[in-house]
Design a protein around this ligand. Structure first.
Ligand code: NAP
Length: 374
């Protein structure tokens, strides 16, 4: 049997018989392993062979599943979201790119089907999520090394489990790691209806923090505002309102934020900076507007604002697997206490992936596309 460690392979069952090498940019035991041998069962997967428009380069293929090695776990994927980073990876515009061809998707939840003889941490029936990106979650089944799996309670709502490892982790770390915030302090953010934004609102509320949430205007803004307020948002304002002088009235009842979370860049981030308290920090974690972050000289000199960045992949490199598991368990307890729900989602069967990919790239959809594998 051929088993890979740093490089893993899948073979497309349909179409020309050629080996597709599937490597995670991360080296070592993180890789999921496929071979043409042993297990005759076929799995379906969304594969891309080159970078480009996801609607054109992603294909649904049948693959053969590898045998389960001693430290491997066979996992039936249950659900996996389409996140902006997944799209950027397919387009070839991301900080880390798996070798091609690759299976799309970086997070999701699966159920253990069987485990190799050396596996001690999970058993059949357990729900698991992935500790590493680039392993390809848009597929019906996979064989993963035990080392990349984290068990989560199987009574979590499916959508919460499927969307746990990227956005809530990012939201929690950004709230904890840049400023020492205390109950009653405030945080301002843009793209507040994003997956990260919704997690920020809920985790902040659970920690007693007050949030000012900026969104883009839209015809159904009232509905969106209500939805975010139901999650715990204190203020929901549009980008246009953020620029108005009346904005300062908000700070009659809420302290100026020491933390601003920027998912957008461009003018939106300049406005967030203007609202920061002296010495406050703007953390950039996304660049949806594809515009640079510009800080005025006067804000830097007279308010000494700090510009920082956050990338969850880097945080994971800088911390141990145990620390990541701890983070996941902390977030699971928020979910179990009813303090953290999944972002608004639309479940789409795997075979309808074209529809899901298209919706995930449209503006103003406000709904995370989740591929379901049944
Ligand atoms: P999501 O749920 O798909 O939501 C996308 C958000 O971006 C929506 O709020 C959308 O607002 C907004 N948006 C799209 N185009 C925009 C534009 N041109 N100008 C302003 N806003 C725009 O996204 P997500 O999964 O939360 O991810 C959000 C961002 O965070 C992505 O860039 C992602 O890569 C990044 N992220 C980074 C890390 C990290 O570690 N650094 C971790 C997780 C996510 P509308 O409703 O108005 O369209």
């Amino acid at each position: 049997m051929w088993v890979c460690t740093s490089l893993c392979r899948i073979r497309a069952v349909a179409g020309p018989r050629h080996w597709l090498s599937l490597a995670s940019g991360h080296r070592g035991p993180a890789a999921s392993s496929y071979s043409a041998s042993a297990d005759p069962s076929q799995v379906r997967a969304l594969v891309y062979g080159h970078h480009g428009d996801p609607a054109k380069v992603v294909e649904l293929k049948n693959l053969e599943l590898a045998a389960v090695g001693g430290s491997d776990v066979r996992v039936k994927m249950l659900a996996a979201p389409i996140n902006p980073a997944d799209i950027n990876m397919i387009q070839g515009n991301y900080g880390f790119l798996p070798k091609l061809p690759a299976v799309g998707g970086n997070e999701g939840v699966g159920q253990v089907v069987s485990a190799g003889s050396h596996v001690t941490g999970v058993k059949p029936g357990d729900w698991v999520v992935l500790a590493e990106p680039g392993l390809g979650t848009w597929r019906t089944e996979a064989v993963f090394s035990e080392k990349v799996l984290v068990s989560v309670p199987s009574d979590l709502p499916l959508q919460s489990a499927a969307t746990l490892t990227v956005n809530p982790c990012t939201a929690y770390r950004m709230l904890m790691d840049f400023e020492q915030l205390h109950p009653g302090d405030s945080v301002i953010q843009n793209a507040s209806n994003s997956g990260v934004g919704q997690a920020v609102i809920q985790i902040a509320a659970a920690l007693g923090l007050r949030t000012i949430n900026v969104v883009r205007d839209r015809p159904d803004i009232q509905k969106l505002t209500e939805r975010l307020k139901n999650l715990g948002a204190e203020h929901v304002i549009t980008e246009e309102e953020l620029r108005k002088p009346e904005m300062k009235n908000i700070f009659k009842t809420i302290p100026q934020p020491r933390l601003a979370l920027n998912c957008v860049g461009g003018k939106s981030s300049t406005e967030l900076l203007r609202q920061l308290a002296p010495g406050g920090t703007l953390v950039t974690y996304g660049g949806m507007a594809k515009q640079p972050v510009t800080a005025s000289v006067s804000l830097l000199i007279f308010k000494d604002v700090r510009l920082r960045g956050f990338w969850l992949s880097q945080w994971k490199k800088d911390h141990s697997a145990e620390q990541f598991k701890e983070l996941i368990l902390t977030l699971c307890s928020f979910i179990q206490r009813g303090q953290l729900t999944a972002p608004t989602c639309s479940e789409v069967p795997l075979q309808d992936y074209q529809r899901a990919l298209e919706a995930s790239m449209k503006p103003f959809v406000s709904s995370k596309q989740i591929l379901t594998m049944c």
